[in-house]
Design a protein around this ligand. Sequence first.
Ligand code: SPV
Ligand code: MG
Length: 290
Amino acid sequence: MAAGSKLRQVLAKNGLVEAMAAHSPLSAMLAAEAGFDAIWASGFELSAMYGVPDVSIVSMTQHLDMTRAMVDRSGLPVVADIDTGFGNAINVLHAVEQYERAGVAAIVMEDKSFPKVTSLIAGGRQDMVRIEEFQGKIEAARSARRDPDLVIVARTEALIAGLGQDEALKRAQAYEAAGADMILVHSKQKTPDEIEAFVQAWDGKVPIALVPTAYPQMTVARVRELRKIGLLIWGNHAIRASVAAMRATFARIRQDGGIHGVEDSIATVDQVFDLQGMAAVKHNEKRFLK
Ligand code: SPV
Ligand code: MG
């Protein structure tokens, strides 16, 4: 079954798809192991992994290659964060063709202009494209997909840009009219109020996607209560967990003058071998190395 159909099936069965962010095949594998339904191939996480800001510096090729590897290793439907679509509607035609071929289940495209600025930064430049221009990009995404089940998520940054509820709703409606399968609405307010008001006011047919990074009070239980939400994305918790874990480990090694103090707080080498599939290598050596 194609990835888009798999994602739609999970949504139909569970009423909600819970996606965890990842920036590498290994982090995607750990998200799968933890039981999440899908992987969020986050632009923020991958940019951070390269040590650069999330401002359209990581190229489409870099993100696409990593996304393909995450599809391959995680076995889960992957929701690809394609930012602005890497340019205008012509660039979107190419991007969607490539991401679909890489095996993603969904693409999320946002209505900011290229190059974009990361959404959660205080005082960030948040330039938007015109509604009609973004509708053209959604139409381009629809026409480029081979599989009609590839999920096209239109993301509005109206709240992030401080344009208010009416503009967010107007844009979401226009994007649904252009053929989006889902609407992602992002907010950087510290409480869920702004998002909950949007969800209450939303009278469209397509489900809503949320990334509650800025308002962590939002739980799965609350999202289910709100009912109109189809995709919940834990947006950057893989990279933040690894930053905290590496910092603590590296500091302890420097402090102790050796690695003896960190053994109990990090994964064992055998655990990493397990993730790498070394048991199969040993088995295959016996079988095939003659
Ligand atoms: C990402 O994870 O790349 C996102 C979510 O787009 S955010 O960084 O909050 O904009
Ligand atoms: Mg992003």
